[in-house]
Write a protein that binds this ligand. Structure first.
Ligand code: HAX
Length: 447
């Protein structure tokens, strides 16, 4: 058994009584209250899910297993000479809550290495797509096509104790994660490099191997590591995390759940925003003939977008109420490595210009940039100018967090998700009743 699996098993056994106690002794304790605003407003802010992998504070940003992002980057082991930690180390942390040692990371790297080879039919499925297909659709289909490999599915068919569900789910997760970078690199080669792919180098860690398969020299290995780590998890309620959890809750296996998670990520209000930023900026660059706009010109461009009834991509957030620390960390990387990049200068000017405009417009609750405002420009700088591909990179990272969540969902026996829905008429009746109660109360007070 790998070090990670052994540790995970121990943690699961320690954790189970906590969940059981909450269910047995405190089942009816109120956590939050559901209002009409929640029901009609996408359940925004409603506390109704549980995950221990990460927690998002509106002002501080994400914590993975209790660690802020700067702490994660500082504490996780790094390859010699690397600026960014091993992605494998993050997976160990997300699954166990422990910062791994070099040895533990090396053991996990070895696990991924053993599971890396892509079945031939995956290449064939990717090849069968028309070349103008959106990369996220191909990515999702490539994952889905591997469902036949699911160990969980086979075990379930054969009959398996509920308490052991997490085990084949863990195996599926490692098998899938080990293959995602190669699937993504092959999609890229197929769509934009005439199918000329670079063979994986099994001696490299996940980030370095991805950079190698993309044919991009250093420091892109660090960019890949940073990218996968930053995008891994953002607690349970965002569309991709929730989609993965929801589908997995019916005991659909990892391949089905992660394909669904990828489909949720592919929406422009979620992960696709990273490529929307580039599409939007390209439009401005064309207008400016490649020159950096003045602040006044930039302001006008932002207002034109808003006045056309569109959103400014890369800005705003459903939970965050300050600049996303994932944005800040990427900005620091840009300032160190690509300060003079023209597109970075555009992005940096947006940071100055957009928040006051969104505040003045008065609609967005959070005028500050999110993770997607900065990631595209880095990939562009290192030669991935095909911006429709950027959300695939996000998808590799997010799969790291969602697979970890799904393993724990199974370990703690979370049930199939099944909230109730109501009709508009029912809501109207609830609203009327509340109004009547309020005026009756007011009448009693006045008497
Ligand atoms: N530009 C223009 N208007 C914006 C805006 C933006 N960046 N952000 C929010 N608003 C608008 C909303 O569209 C909404 O308008 P209506 O009242 O007309 O519907 C109003 O402000 C209130 O929205 P909110 O409560 O502040 O934000 P939501 O929780 O509803 O939505 C979004 C959060 C991230 C979807 C939103 O801020 C947005 O559309 N941003 C631009 C797209 C984007 O960057 N998405 C990526 C977010 C991070 C992420 O998930 N990454 O994967």
């Amino acid at each position: 058994m790998s070090i990670l699996k052994e540790r995970l098993q121990q943690k699961i056994e320690e954790w189970r009584p906590r969940t059981q106690k909450l269910l047995n002794d405190y089942r009816d304790v109120v956590v939050d209250q559901v209002t009409i605003g929640h029901v009609l407003g996408g359940m925004r802010g409603l506390k109704s899910l549980v995950t221990d992998i990460s927690f998002l504070d509106p002002y501080e940003g994400i914590r993975y297993r209790g660690y802020t992002l700067p702490e994660v980057f500082e504490k996780l082991p790094k390859a010699s000479g690397a600026e960014m930690p091993y992605v494998e180390g993050l997976y160990f942390l997300l699954l166990t809550g422990d910062i791994p040692t070099e040895k533990e990371v090396a053991d996990l790297e070895d696990e991924f290495r053993k599971r890396r080879i892509l079945p031939r039919y995956v290449y064939e499925v990717i090849d069968a797509f028309p070349t103008f297909s959106p990369p996220m659709a191909i990515f999702s289909a490539a994952i889905l096509t591997m469902q036949r490999e699911s160990f969980f599915h086979k075990k379930y068919q054969g009959g398996i104790n509920k308490l052991d569900y997490w085990d084949p789910t863990f195996e599926d997760s490692l098998n899938l994660l080990a293959k995602l970078p190669e699937i993504a690199a092959y999609i890229y080669a197929k769509l934009y490099r005439d199918g000329k792919r670079i063979q994986a180098n099994p001696n490299l860690d996940m980030g370095a191997n991805f950079a190698h398969m993309m044919g991009i020299p250093k420091p892109y290995d660090d960019v890949a590591r940073m990218n996968f780590i930053l995008h891994a998890d953002h607690e349970g309620g965002n569309v991709s995390a929730h989609a993965g959890h929801l589908v997995g809750s019916s005991l659909s296996d990892m391949y089905l759940a992660i394909s669904a998670m990828i489909n949720g990520l592919a929406g422009p209000l979620h992960g696709l925003a990273n490529q929307e930023v580039l599409r939007w900026l390209q439009d401005l660059m064309e207008k400016m003939n490649g020159q950096v706009p003045t602040e006044e010109e930039m302001k006008q461009f932002v207002w034109d977008t808003l006045n056309a009834g569109q959103v400014v991509p890369g800005y705003g957030h459903a939970v965050l109420r300050k600049t996303d620390p994932r944005y800040t960390l990427q900005r620091e990387f840009c300032l160190k490595h690509m300060k003079d990049d023209l597109l970075f200068q555009y992005v940096d000017m947006l940071y100055k210009v957009v928040p006051p405009i969104l505040k003045e417009q008065g609609k967005a609750k959070n005028p500050w940039p999110n993770v997607d405002a900065q990631s595209g420009v880095i990939n562009w700088h290192y030669g991935i100018t095909e911006y429709e591909f950027y959300t695939v990179l996000f998808g590799i990272g997010r799969a790291i967090g969602i697979t970890a969540n799904l393993i724990w969902d199974r370990a703690l026996g979370y049930p199939i998700e099944r909230p109730r829905s109501v009709t508009t008429e029912m809501l109207e009746k609830i609203a009327m009743k509340s109004r009547e109660l309020k005026s009756a109360k007011k009448g009693t007070l006045q008497q």
